[in-house]
Design a protein around this ligand. Sequence first.
Ligand code: B12
Length: 209
Amino acid sequence: MSDMKIIIDNILKGDEDKVKLLTLEALSKGEKASEILNNGLIAGMDIVGEKMEAEDMFIPEVLMSAKAMSAGLEVLKPHLAEDESNGRGKVVIGTVQGDLHDIGKNLVKMLIEGAGFEVIDLGTNVETEKFISTAKENNAGIIALSALLTTTMPVMKDIVDGLESAGIRDKVKVLVGGAPVTEEYAKEIGADGYGSDAGSAVRIAKSLV
Ligand code: B12
């Protein structure tokens, strides 16, 4: 089995220590960091995302895979800067103002990061203006918003409108999600994409850039 295939297998198993070790080994064999990232870690997490969407994998396993991927990513980080691995761009993510739920948001963050995006995580209860200013300052291509309460969902529209007022609506795509959010709601508020789970969040994020 190839080195990359073994990394993918261990991402799927969620074996954090093994992925870390295999990543170190691949680097020491002279494999390029960007190769390991794209053909090992991201390839593994792409399968996890697909399995999650197909309900072949569930939250606890996905979290383990995401942790394993993060362990490999930590090993690669210093080397990636060197060989200029081409990322997929920047994503500003956070849970909207008034909302403290972050488990789903964190999962989406991990998978999006695993898919090769640079993620700026603003945390929970994030002020509307903060999303807009951060996206502007960092030239982010996507703002990903999470809301778990029916009372905080409307804040997502304020952010879409705020981007319009700031004159950067055409530069930033808005991706929304969270248990009460629907595809219809996303359309109604003028968002660019909706993801029902972390797997689809990755798929849609990729399609938006
Ligand atoms: C855990 C939890 C809490 C925890 C949160 C801990 C934390 N660190 O997140 C605590 C205890 C703090 C909490 C507090 C409250 N909660 Co609460 N909570 C939940 C619970 C049980 C699970 C949420 C969760 O983590 N699910 C697991 C994750 C993995 O799923 P997820 O968040 O849906 O995320 C997935 C998708 O939605 C999607 N997704 C999520 N975000 C994004 C973003 C993008 C961009 C994309 C594409 C996709 C995406 O991908 C994720 C992964 O697949 C839900 C019940 C439920 N079934 O949702 C209630 C629930 C959301 N809570 C509820 C309520 C009412 C509250 C409180 C108001 C309770 C109170 N009276 O104080 C407070 C509000 C506090 C606040 N201001 O936010 C209600 C909301 C009802 C409503 N219609 O608005 C729910 C539905 C429970 C219920 N049935 O009554 N809660």
